[in-house]
Design a protein around this ligand. Structure first.
Ligand code: FEO
Ligand code: CA
Ligand code: CA
Ligand code: CA
Length: 592
């Protein structure tokens, strides 16, 4: 290993330099390690899938069987008692214009239905089998029966308090029990019983409600920011697929698709080991722009799942299932996620914090305050959290739980409006916060179900103290970091490895003047005790680094490179950019 005697023994690699080249089109990893492309948009997944066509001429039927776009959160699921074989499961958050031969998506006119279908097919999740070959190298198993694509066409069961609720019924699903698809799947979680949790983030950008008066009084649309005129923000799917038009049309049964947006924003549970299983949307978790569902498990089998809600001034939540996990009877866990309590966090200035229950009949949540039932509390979780006085945060993204202490870390990626729309406070201390921060907290008695915690700022990201900007002016204090080690901005993905090192992934606009010193997006590693941070990997221009998973022996690390803006992974200056998973190994075969 390339130890660095001067620093933390946990950071046993030499940091890589910031990459400032505007044409940087590779993945650079620390000396002594190698990163190779492993799984890219368009690669075959399901049986009969054609290979990716460089001119993007694959149609939506091909795309349904190929890897989706915008690889994001990811987990590795080993087969029982097999450390050299497993399922890599990852989100495909959204799509980029190079999905189409033209390389453009024009929202100014009605969309081509086949293009919309291809975009819908490229959303969702991939399940791929991977195993070590005779030389000990990880390879895909191309003909595995577990290989599966989940997309916007996959039927999913609604479960929990909102299943069959009147607010979930649409013209296409009058029972309110089955939804087609999942979208904007960002971060993830895993359950102790071996299922994958995929989280629906910016679903509001796929819908529009053009009825002004209806929009104003419908909390479930307005509080979440659906479009109200023009086209839905992301892809104007409503011009080719009516279920994305959530305007109430009285002539349609069940209000047409006014309730369709209620069927997104959930945690979706997928059993990767049962390729025929139907994914399940677990509504007990509440509805918001959900980032992740990071598990902490207590000694008695009681659990908490932590989630951010990635928008300016939104909140940190945790869901505590009513039941306990019983390792002796994992099948009994099947529907553990359908009953439990949703909480939202309040961070107090003295370093203490409270979990406020979002439960009908508690904390003033009642019909009088606008919540007719528990179902409506969950459907409008953001409004319920407003009501109980949760702390608005600087865009809460991922959470990660330390494998031994259960200390929880949360990335607050940035908030350029802090100090304007929400006041400064100890957890969100900088006005116009372009660089973000990481908080950490400990539940009382390390009990994931506790109602109180203590917290602190782990670090503020940004520039070095005393740095000067491109015009020679001192960098303003709100952009100065507390980082001990390598600089970064906008922490997003977070994960602990088995050794208790915190890995930090970044998502910032690498061309912005304020990011001049940061270069391309990065994966860094931090020692939670000393707070030292070291840069391990840098991605190509325009890409975000997101999603990471380890093999059981810790010798393989998969990392996702999302939306590169330059030819990648071809790195030949002409091939179209493809979101990709890269496989990182150590050249001497040791643990990462
Ligand atoms: Fe999809 Fe908040 O990142
Ligand atoms: Ca993210
Ligand atoms: Ca982000
Ligand atoms: Ca992203």
């Amino acid at each position: 290993a390339c130890g660095d005697a001067s620093g933390s023994p946990l950071l046993d690699f030499k940091g890589v330099p910031v990459q400032l080249d505007p044409q940087f089109d590779r993945v650079l990893v620390a000396e002594g390690y190698t990163a190779v492309p492993f799984f890219s948009w368009g690669d075959p997944v399901e049986p009969g899938a054609p290979g990716w066509k460089p001119d993007a001429s694959d149609d939506w039927r091909a795309q349904l069987k190929q890897a989706g776009d915008n690889h994001d959160g990811m987990n590795f699921f080993p087969f029982a008692d097999e450390s050299d074989r497993g399922l890599l499961v990852m989100n495909h958050e959204y799509v980029n214009p190079p999905l189409h031969p033209s390389g453009t998506i024009d929202l100014g006119k009605p969309r081509d239905p086949d293009e919309v279908r291809k975009e819908q097919a490229a959303h969702g999740v991939s399940v791929i089998e991977v195993r070590k070959d005779a030389q000990g190298r990880w390879q895909r198993v191309m003909d595995s029966p577990y290989n599966r694509r989940i997309s916007m066409f996959t039927p999913m069961r609604l479960a929990g308090p909102l299943a069959g609720h009147p607010q979930m019924k649409t013209a296409a699903d009058p029972r309110g029990l089955e939804v087609l698809g999942t979208l904007n799947n960002c971060a993830t979680g895993v359950t102790p019983w071996g299922t994958f949790l995929t989280c629906e983030e910016n679903w509001h950008n796929y819908f529009i409600n053009r009825d002004r008066a209806d929009y104003e009084r419908r909390v479930s649309h307005k509080r979440y920011g659906l479009a109200r005129e023009g086209a839905s923000k992301n892809y104007a799917w409503e011009t080719a697929d009516p279920r994305f038009d959530a305007t109430p049309y009285p002539e349609q049964p069940h209000g047409g698709f006014v309730n369709e947006p209620h069927r997104f924003g959930w945690v979706v549970e997928i059993d990767p080991f049962d390729p025929g299983s139907q994914p399940v949307k677990r509504t007990a978790f509440g509805r918001f722009s959900r980032e992740c569902a990071a598990l902490a498990m207590g000694d008695d089998g009681r659990m908490a799942f932590y989630s951010g809600d990635d928008a300016k001034g939104e909140y940190l939540y945790k869901f505590v299932p009513e039941g306990r996990f019983d390792a002796a009877d994992p099948r009994a866990s099947r529907d553990l996620l359908d009953a439990g309590t949703l909480y939202v966090a309040r961070f107090d200035a003295d370093g203490s914090g409270r979990w406020l229950a979002l439960v009908h009949g508690q904390n003033g949540l009642s019909a009088e305050s606008g919540f007719a039932s528990q179902a409506e509390v969950l459907l409008n979780a953001r409004a319920a959290a407003d009501y109980v006085g949760a702390t608005p945060l600087d865009r809460p993204e991922w959470t990660a739980v330390h494998p031994r202490s259960r200390e929880v870390y949360i990335s607050l990626t940035n908030n350029d409006e802090r100090g304007e729309t929400d006041p400064l406070d100890k957890a969100n201390p900088r006005p116009k916060n372009l660089h973000g921060q990481i908080l950490r907290f400990n539940e009382q008695d390390a009990d994931p179900t506790a109602s109180a915690f203590t917290w602190e700022v782990f670090l503020l990201a940004g520039e070095r103290k005393g740095a000067r900007d491109s015009s020679g002016q001192p960098v303003p204090t709100n952009l100065v970091s507390t980082i001990d080690g390598d600089l970064f901005s906008s922490p997003d993905g977070l994960a602990f490895d088995a050794r208790g090192r915190l890995w930090i992934q970044t998502d910032y606009e690498d061309g912005e003047p304020a990011m001049r010193a940061m270069g391309c997006n990065q994966l860094l590693c931090a020692d939670p005790r000393t707070r030292e941070v070291r840069r391990f990997l840098v991605g190509p221009r325009g890409s975000e680094i997101t999603g990471l998973a380890w093999s059981p022996d810790g010798r393989a690390l998969w990392v996702n490179i999302q939306h590169p803006a330059i030819s990648f992974p071809a790195s030949d200056g002409k091939s179209r950019p493809r979101s990709s998973t890269v496989l990182v190994t150590r050249n001497d075969g040791g643990a990462i």
